[in-house]
Design a protein around this ligand. Sequence first.
Ligand code: FES
Length: 298
Amino acid sequence: MARSYVARSWSSHPIATSLLRLWLGATWIFAGWNKATDTGFLSPGSSHYIGTQLTGYLNSSPISFFLRHLIEHATLVGWFVMLSEFAIGIAVLTGVALSLAAFGGFTMSIGLWLSASWSVHPYFLGSDSAYAVLWLVLLLSLHQKSGKSGQRGSLRDSRIIPDVTDRREVMRLLGVGVAAVAGAFIGGTLKKKVVLPVSGTPIVKLADFPVGSTKNFQAADGNGAILFRTKAGVFAYSAVCTHQGCIVSYSASSHLIECPCHGAAYDPNKGAAVVAGPAPAPLAKIKVAIAGSNIVQL
Ligand code: FES
C-alpha cells in the first residue's frame, strides 16, 4: 500500500520534476545525516557547534538581528535544522506533502543563503542560492499545467497545507516525522567518541604562535576556550559566556572578548573582567603553560 503510494508519486510527474526530487531529497537527507553523525554539531564549544557557526555569520549576514536571537537557543535550532532536513528529504523522496516539503526546502535555502553563503563572492560560488532556485522550480512544477492536456499536477501534490482531515495523509505525515527522528537517532549512535584533551596536551607550537596571537581550542571540559599570547605570557579563558552560556569570541577590532547574545564584553588583559553587558562574572580561566616548544593545557 505504502509502496504503491510512493510509486504513484514518481510516475505522476515528468522526468524533470523527478530528477529534481531525487537530487534535492537525497541531498537533504545527506545534510541531516552529516549533522547527526557530527560529534561537534550539538556540542557547545566545538568549532562545528551550530552556535559557533551562527556566531561566525553575524559580521556579514543581512539578517544578523535574527541570528542573534537564534544563538541564544542554538542547540534547539540545531535539532530543528537537522530534523527538518531529514523530514524534507524523506517527504520529497516518498511524495508525502510534496509542496510543503519543497516550500520548506526553499525557505531553508534562502535562510542559508542570507547567513552561511552571504559572504561568498561572487555569489555563484555559494550553493545555497542555487538550491533556493531548484526548490522554487520544484514547487512551481508541482503547480504547473503540463503536457498537451494542460492538466495540473495532482491536487494532493500542489497543496502547500496538507489535508489534515484525511486520516491516511496524517498517518503519512506522522511516518515522515518518525523516520526523521529515527534517522537522527541512528546517526547519533554512529558518532565517533569525543576524545577530550588531557593535562599536558599541546594546543599549539610556540613558534607558530607569536606575541599578539589568539587561538580557539577545546578545553579539557569539552567546552571551547580562547588562548592568548601577550608580552606578559600565555593565558586562556573559557569561551562560555557567564551570562547565559553563549559562545564568546575575541574581536581584533575592539580588543575585547565579546558575546553575540546580549552584548557582554570581557577584557582579556584584565583577567577577562566584565567591561560591558549583563554578564555577572569574568570568564573562567583555563590553565595553560609553555612546555618545551609547545603551549599546553594543564
Ligand atoms: S549569554 Fe547573555 S551576554 Fe552572553
